[in-house]
Design a protein around this ligand. Structure first.
Ligand code: FES
Length: 240
């Protein structure tokens, strides 16, 4: 496929891209950060650049020849502000207000040692687990899914009736998400995402200590994924 060279200034970065590539994609590939609040939908007007003195939207302008593209200070600055916000998130810079909050994740682990079934106590395995967990968490009723019941009997016997329940608190009820063999309460992690129109940032967090173990962010061009779709996906998959 025919390729053209795009040079961005004042960043002084060049990239070769196939004919028909839009300038916002070319900029991302070249490592040039241009404001793109709508993710390249052509709606926000933030991605202004200059070609031969004419202002165009980078996301709506296709490369049809070699180009010299000038990125105005405003287009870079507004993105830099967003980038810094994201970097703050990624580095886990916690405000004084947040420091005063008590760590209280909705997902927790409860370790239980169950009594084995006997002739006098022939309670079924699921009830045996739920009863023991409920006794440790303010006696709230717990439910679980079929997938957790399928291999429950063998899992209990393999772990000599010593298991850790992973539970999630949700609007007045508690769900047992998984049952792990042995005591795994010291290993409870979460991954938090900050999904923006141009940047996705993530943090791996130790939910026992609140410590941020790792963080990373990447620039994206999220064409076709609007805020509603993103929040819908997050709502639907909130535990998985
Ligand atoms: S108008 Fe180009 S990114 Fe919004």
């Amino acid at each position: 496929m025919e390729e053209f060279k795009v040079h961005f200034k004042p960043q002084n970065k060049s990239i070769r891209v196939p004919k028909g590539t839009d300038l916002l994609t070319a900029a991302i590939k070249a490592g040039v950060v241009i404001a793109a609040a709508c993710g390249g939908e052509g709606l926000c007007g933030k991605c202004k650049v200059l070609i031969a003195g004419t202002t165009v939207l980078a996301c709506q302008t296709l490369v049809e020849s070699d180009l010299l593209v000038e990125v105005p200070k405003g287009s870079v600055e507004s993105h830099e502000a967003m980038k810094h916000e994201s970097e703050d998130f990624t580095k886990g810079i916690i405000s004084e207000r947040e420091k005063s909050l008590k760590l209280s994740p909705i997902i927790r682990k409860v370790y239980v040692e169950l009594s084995k079934p006997t002739q006098d106590d022939n309670t079924d395995d699921l009830e045996r687990v739920l009863r023991a967990v409920e006794a440790k968490i303010v006696h709230a009723r717990i439910f679980t899914r079929l997938s957790n019941i399928k291999h429950l009997s063998e899992n209990l016997r393999d772990s000599v009736y010593k298991v850790t329940a992973v539970i999630a608190y949700e609007e007045g009820s508690i769900e047992m998400l998984a049952l792990e063999p042995g005591d795994t309460t010291d290993r409870l992690f979460a991954f938090a995402f900050d999904i923006g129109t141009t940047t996705v940032a993530g943090q791996l967090i130790d939910l026992n200590s609140g410590e941020i173990l790792n963080a990373h962010n990447i620039c994206i061009k999220s064409k076709g994924v609007d805020d509603f779709k993103r929040s819908g996906l997050i709502e639907y998959n909130r535990y998985y």
